[in-house]
Write a protein that binds this ligand. Structure first.
Ligand code: SF4
Length: 479
């Protein structure tokens, strides 16, 4: 999972991109970068680490230009090395820089078929090279050939990709895979400085930078925002929407709105759906406690629905990020204790409903149940806002392999006893779809039902599995 930002025609692109990347730092903490265009050519700066540690006033002031792209990286394949960070740039057939959010399923196959010599393991380098080659094959670089090259590129790629391309002297190109797995919006700002455009993974970036949201980029669509501010829209391939349900459940910021569905409101509804499952058990509880931060909204609405007090029974260390760079299971377990600590007075002697957004490996869930019991909770009933995750994601969420997913090979009772909870209640897939208030067939639910919207061959599954286990030095969700 990653975050992208692009601006065109502003006073100081690097400052706006810096602020925009800060707003979506939650989408990736492993690396960051910018590609800034002065209208004639571009300059690339990137590295490993957080946005605030990579850029300062001096580096930003040296990045002169009114347009550019930015990226925060959360690798699904590859490690924390700078070579894998985005953006990437090429000088031919026209100078351009590119960023994306997503994951290319046929990465190795396509690289070999096209005989591409790539320097990194980042799939964006592949997308950029495929697009450049398609553009070169068409001769001149014009509006028409750019759109044709996007179509030819889409035909070759299998997977998720929300892409921003900056072509100095021509403009900013946006395109999104036909399934529209990963979000991307764009907007416009009219000020005394003139007309400028921006695009980003989440609309909050545009809100913060003062742009009016135009709309989400459609699946299979390309938009060329030219240097002269003319905007050209083209539906390159038919949309077959399969938006990732995990954006609303866990990944996106609560104040974001994705595909017209506000994330906070969706989480409130998911909490009510979870409550409907819980009441079937007919068990008395004294308090509803969230696992901070993403499950807070779920727990709040669940508590309201069942009319039981909502209490903060776990405190998050605000100076520790959402994820860590943890190389092995032992240090992941230590990390849980650093991140969260119980408020004993709120749980001691009580029957607690502990609500989290999801259960992935079960490692964190087990630790949290144990923490609350040691703090004196009489009973800990665990509730997951997401249905059982039984299969990996090949579309850009850094999930563990099937072997590591606790629910992949076992039933609910096994997971309950593994995490040590008194009871375990999962959201149902119907409850999830109802809570999101979206058409079921336009959602990706593949990690819940193994119904992948694109073909994922067995050898590709094995390649992903091997790569993820080998590269397990990247920030990993320990839930
Ligand atoms: S497999 Fe799961 S996490 Fe991946 S895109 Fe589909 S719903 Fe999202």
């Amino acid at each position: 999972m990653c975050g992208i930002v692009g601006v065109l025609g502003t006073l100081k692109a690097s400052s706006e991109i810096y602020n925009g990347l800060y707003a979506i730092q939650h989408r990736g903490q492993n690396g960051a970068g910018m590609y800034i265009s002065n209208g004639d050519n571009g300059r690339l700066v990137k590295g490993a680490g957080l946005v605030g540690s990579l850029f300062n006033e001096k580096t930003l002031s040296e990045l002169e230009g009114s347009s550019g792209l930015g990226h925060v990286r959360y690798p699904t394949i590859g490690g924390p090395e700078t070579v894998d960070a985005q953006p990437f740039a090429l000088p031919h057939p026209v100078e351009m820089g590119m960023v994306h959010n997503g994951n290319i399923v046929n990465y190795g196959q396509l690289r070999d078929e096209m005989g591409l010599k790539l320097e990194s393991k980042c799939d964006l380098e592949l997308i950029l090279n495929v697009f450049a080659r398609e553009l070169e094959a068409l001769g001149n670089v014009t509006e028409d050939t750019i759109f044709t090259a996007v179509g030819n590129t889409m035909d070759r790629l299998n997977g998720s990709y929300s892409v921003l391309t900056m072509i100095p002297g021509i403009g900013m190109l946006l395109f999104r895979d036909p399934h529209a797995f990963r979000p991307m919006v764009f907007g416009k700002r009219i000020s005394l400085d003139g007309v400028s455009y921006a695009a980003a993974s989440e609309n909050i970036v545009l809100d913060i930078l003062g742009y009016d949201i135009s709309r989400d980029v459609k699946g299979g669509e390309a938009i060329l925002i030219k240097e002269n501010r003319k905007v050209v829209y083209k539906q390159i391939r038919p949309e077959k929407a399969h938006h990732c349900m995990f954006e609303w459940v866990y990944f996106a910021r609560s104040d974001s709105t994705i595909e017209k569905t506000n994330v906070y409101e969706a989480r409130l509804r998911l909490g009510r759906e979870l409550a409907k499952e819980w009441v079937k058990k007919d068990i008395h509880i004294d308090v509803v406690v969230p696992v901070p931060d993403t499950a807070r909204t779920l727990a709040l609405s669940m508590a309201e629905y069942i009319k039981v007090p909502f209490r903060e029974g776990l405190l998050r260390n605000r100076y520790v990020g959402r994820t860590f760079i943890m190389p092995d299971q032992t240090s992941r377990e230590t990390a849980v204790r650093i991140k969260l600590n119980p408020i004993i007075e709120e749980v001691k002697g009580k029957s607690v409903a502990l609500v989290d957004d999801s259960i992935v490996r079960g490692t964190t869930s087990k630790k949290l149940v144990s923490l609350l019991k040691r703090a004196g909770a009489n009973e800990v009933h665990f509730l997951s806002g997401c249905p059982p995750i039984i299969s990996p994601c090949y579309y850009g969420i850094d999930m563990p392999t099937k072997r590591e997913l606790v629910a992949a090979n076992h039933g609910v009772e096994y997971v309950r006893s593994t995490i040590g909870a008194d009871t375990l209640t999962y959201q149902t897939i119907d409850g999830l779809v109802n809570g999101l208030e979206r058409e079921r067939e336009k959602l990706c639910l593949a990690c819940l039902n193994e119904d992948y919207p694109t073909q994922v061959r067995e050898d590709i599954r094995k390649y992903f599995c091997d790569s993820r286990e080998r590269d397990r030095t990247c920030p990993a969700d320990t839930t």
